[in-house]
Structure formats: C-alpha cells, structure tokens
Write a protein that binds this ligand. Sequence first.
Ligand SMILES: [Mg+2]
Length: 379
Amino acid sequence: MAQTSVVVSEVGITATAATATACPCPGSLFPYPPPRAGMAVSRKCLRAAQAELGAGMLSGLVESMRASSPTHARAAAALAAGVDDEHAAWMARHPSALAKFEEIVAASKGKQIVMFLDYDGTLSPIVDDPDAAFMSETMRMAVRSVAKHFPTAIVSGRCRDKVFEFVKLAELYYAGSHGMDIKGPAKSSSGHAKSKAKGVLFQPASEFLPMIEEVHQRLIEETKHVAGAKVENNKFCVSVHFRCVDEKSWGALAETVKGVMREYPKLRMSQGRMVFEVRPTIKWDKGKALEFLLESLGFADCSNVLPVYIGDDRTDEDAFKVLRRRGQGVGILVSKHPKDTSASFSLQEPAEVMEFLLRLVEWKQLSRARLRLRRQAHA
Ligand SMILES: [Mg+2]
C-alpha cells in the first residue's frame, strides 16, 4: 500500500483533518483510538491536500484515486509482490467484526444498539453502472430483520430518494447526500423508535440547491470528453463516478473536475471509492448525520447506546471519527485491502456484512428467548 497516496482524502477549500481524541467515556469496552500506524503521515498528507492544488498535487490526487479505488489487476499485482505481511498487520489492527462478534455484542450489554449502514459497497456490490447498484433480496431481508430489533439508518452519498428506491424499506431512517438530507421512518417496525424521531426531516444545506444544480450541469458538459465518466445529481451534492474510466484518463478527469471547482469556492471536492464528490462547504457530513440521528432518537447521552457504523468509503471516515471522539461505538470498514481508517474492525465485502447483520439478529433473538425462559423459571 502506498501510504502517501492513501491519505489524500480531501481536496478542497475547507477540508479538515479531524483529530482523534481519547475516549471520554469511562465505561467504554473498546479503547479509542486503538493503536494505529501511519497517523503522522496521514496528518502531514492531509495538510498537504488542504494546500492550493497545483500540478504536483494532481499526480498526488491520481495516486490517491488509485489507492482508494483498487482494481483487480493492481490487487493481484500487490499480492504477487508479497504484501501478505502488510495485510496481516492491518488485519491485526482492524480485525474481522465476525471474528470479534462476541466481543462486540458483549460491549452492548445494557445499551441500545443503533445501526448505521452505508449503501454502495456495503449493502450492494460496486458495479460499473451506479444506477444498477441493486441490493440482493437476501440482503434486504437481513436489513429488515436488523431494523426489527434495532433502530437502523442508511447513510449514503446518494440522493435520499434514490437510495430509498434501492433499499425499499419504509421502517428505516435515511440520510442521503452524505447526511445532508435526513428523514425518519415512514413506518415503525418494532416500536423502538422514540416518538420525537418520527417524521424527522433535516436539510441543513437547502440554500445550496440552485448552485448544486448549476455545477451538475457544468460537470456533465465539461466531462463529456472523458469516456466512461458519469455525473450524478444527488440533490445536495454531485458525484463524478470514474469506475468506468480508463485509468490512463484519471488524471485528465481529475484536472477537469478541479477546473470546474475553482469557480465554486462555496463547494468542495472530496474523493471516494471510484468517485469524486462535490458538496457544500458547510460543516456537515456522515459523522454529523450520525450524531444528529442519535440525538433525534434520544441517545445523545453516550452511556446507554452503542452505535454500530458499517461503511466502505472515505466519507464514512467522518462517522468513524465521531465514534472515536464519543469514545464509544463500533466502526467497521468494509474492505478487502489495507486502508488508512479510523474504524476499529473490518469486513471484506457485502456478503460478510450480511453475515454480520444476520448474526446480530440471531444473537438478539437468542438473548430475548433466554430472558423469557429465565423470567418463566422465576415466576
Ligand atoms: Mg459506500
């Protein structure tokens, strides 16, 4: 893994390096932050990314695109080059959430688990056509089952309506546009949703809508010459997907998007997995959305809740960092490859996410059954 390229995650005017702080909650079972390598490099590179982008930065950006958007060919080459040791070391720092399942559920004792799930690459596979990123029916059943036992939110960079079309579960919370468009469940499946959270609707970036529409049109026009580039309007943000762009053209695409962005100082560009994200400079992200939803659910107090956040993208790091700052919660990165992350655990792919969700449901059902039996025994 090329460390210097991995950490260039934000390229824009207001990108900030969130600082992980020690756990303020004495009851937390998971130490935050866990020991991690490469933090000094991360901060140094983030500061570099905040600087004005020049020609030198462009090559750094392309390297960053390569690192966060691994292709099969590169993964195979990395394996051939013998990076098994590095992967093993990364797995030691971010162990499988399935292997550590018992520890994770033990940490929820006396606490309400609240589930936060990213969509693309977490519940659905990354596919060439973003409009065809469907989730499987079995995954939908797993998410539905989880939502019966725990408040569950989908937190996505997609526009809220589009992610709802994919997920099709009215009992969930949806935070679209990287958390800038939040809506509570249309129906409650289990009664765990507290009344004040029902019908919640929060759109902190409404004033940016006309500008987002304008930059969407500009990006469509300007990226026409880059074969495979796809521009998606996500209502409060715009995505420029490069999953179908030949790697040789990634530099040209990055330069084009950056050129448009220079005309919109109130917008910023960040880079995700096979995608550039353009969004307002307001300090609102998936991490803020997580905090807003916890508060809406009546869980602002950190002592009686265990947020579990599963995501695969750079934008999910904002949520992982919030969990670190709260000193409580379970951040799980979905990745087959070592990545610089603030998550504590990892899962390799959506299939493992589904297995984790099903085990959580099974554990909850067993816990309830045991509780019932104990009560009957003492009656
Ligand atoms: Mg994702």
